[in-house]
Design a protein around this ligand. Structure first.
Ligand code: PLP
Length: 445
């Protein structure tokens, strides 16, 4: 790896100016954890110490780090054309990428709207849902239904349909009106330590019928859920649950949106969780591994029927929505190169091949102090701990810090540790992640 001068953290560098997102800034700045380089399965911190990546960055780098195919595509594109306006102008790569995405998306989802992040993908999907119903002559369909513990990014739309209290409370007076939430599907009493999908809990989808009875289907635009909740701590759908949501939404003309910002691009074994679980929504929101995290980019995959309905009105702009950087040529080049890697190296299939090894490895932690649940699917695992006497989240964070000190990056949300390595991970690296975790769990009170 080359030494990149600007990525080095010197003792004299000030940390004062950067307000870090979703970070305990004062704590971090008192004891920083700085990453400077990345290649394959490893980061290096600013002192050159290798850190095994147990999280694919932030669920982004599914093909591992430092992929030459991606950096060369980016470099080539930025030389050839750095930027092209996205409104009333086009460039070939955005169309090529849309075609590539349509070719791996579930049947019928052949239209692609580009964004720059998962949050923007969610807000775009919500707006497209309303636009669609208006185009269809059903302009009273404006309500949304999310789910408790759902994470849909940080836009006002996303936090409104999202169900994580901490992300909503400060902004509670500004949330979108007309939003309800389904109950979450985490049930540790019945389903703790299940492997893969929990067997019970599908009936939680029936609450949707109650909400339809309460508000009237004619007022509901869409239901949005993560097929598997990532950020809330790897919460899996019970067997039959997603199918039931699909049946009820279809019956009432309500759109179903799967937020696959985390589950997209092989994390659970197919291109999308929708395919793994055989349930096709009307829209899928994506980002992160779309271009291996190399350049900010997101997308909404949209059913042909939605697009066609929106094309019926008078000639002119059909959707008053879009971003300066929608379909950015450099981000699109990175995405095409990433899709090539996923395909050439059969990384989605690799997830399935490694799934049972990964499952056995993380379930081997059962019995260690304070573990109250272990959940897994594909190459994702969640290990839940009872909160310590110091308060909720303290134990999870202490384990994360201990793992980092021992050379492995994991992710803590409250008292849950999530593991989601790049899909290029091998068995020995899976063992290394789990062994480090095991040591860290024993070391932390
Ligand atoms: N939706 C889901 C399911 C996510 O997991 C995330 C981010 O983790 C988002 C949306 C928001 O994505 P971003 O941080 O790129 O805005």
């Amino acid at each position: 790896m080359t030494d990149i001068q600007t990525s080095k953290h010197s003792e004299t560098q000030t940390l004062e100016n950067y307000w870090m997102p979703f970070t305990a800034n004062r704590q971090f700045k008192a004891s920083p954890r700085m990453l400077a380089e990345a290649e394959g399965m490893y980061y290096k911190d600013t002192s050159g110490r290798p850190v095994l990546d147990g999280t694919a960055g932030l669920w982004c780098c599914n093909a591992g780090h430092g992929r030459k195919e991606i950096s060369e595509a980016v470099s080539h594109q930025i030389h050839q054309m750095d930027y092209a306006p996205s409104f009333q102008m086009g460039h070939p790569l955005a169309f090529e990428l849309a075609e590539r995405l349509a070719s791996i998306s579930p049947e019928g989802l052949n239209k692609v709207f580009f964004t720059n992040s998962g949050s923007e993908s969610v807000d775009s999907a919500l707006k497209i849902a309303i636009n669609y119903h208006r185009a269809n002559g059903e302009s009273t369909r404006t309500r949304f239904i999310g789910r408790e513990l759902g994470y849909h990014g940080v836009g006002f739309g996303g936090i409104s349909v999202g169900g994580i209290g901490g992300n909503r409370k400060t902004f509670s007076q500004q949330l979108l009106p007309g939003v309800d939430h389904l109950p979450h599907t985490l049930d540790m009493q019945d389903n703790a330590f299940s492997r893969g999908m929990p067997k019970t809990g599908a009936e939680k989808a029936e609450v949707l019928e109650q909400l339809v009875a309460l508000h009237g289907a004619e007022n509901i635009a869409a239901v949005i859920v993560e097929p598997m909740s990532g950020s809330a701590g790897v919460i899996l759908p019970p067997e039959g649950y997603l199918q039931r949501l699909r049946e009820i939404t279809k019956k009432h003309g309500i759109l179903l949106i799967f937020d696959e910002v985390i589950t997209g691009f092989g994390r659970v074994g197919d291109a999308f969780a929708s395919q793994r679980w055989g349930v096709t929504p009307d829209m899928i929101t994506a980002a992160k591994a779309l271009n291996n995290g190399a350049i900010p980019m997101g997308a909404v995959l949209i059913d042909d029927n939605i697009y066609d309905a929106c094309m019926q009105g008078p000639a002119g702009i059909e959707l008053f929505h879009g971003y300066t950087y929608s379909g950015h040529p450099v981000a699109a080049a990175a995405a095409i190169a990433s899709l090539n890697i996923y395909e050439n190296e059969k990384l989605f299939e690799r997830t399935k091949e490694l799934e049972s090894y990964f499952e056995d490895a993380i379930h081997s932690l059962k019995g260690l102090p304070n573990i109250i649940d272990i959940r897994n699917i594909g190459l994702v695992g969640g290990i839940q701990f009872s909160p310590s006497a110091q308060g909720v989240g303290k134990r999870g964070f202490a384990i994360f810090e201990e793992c980092f000190a021992k050379g492995t990056l994991v992710r803590a949300t409250a008292d849950i540790i999530a593991i989601s390595p790049p899909l290029i991970v091998d068995k020995q690296e899976i063992d290394q992640i789990v062994n480090t975790l095991s040591d860290a769990i024993r070391a932390v009170d």
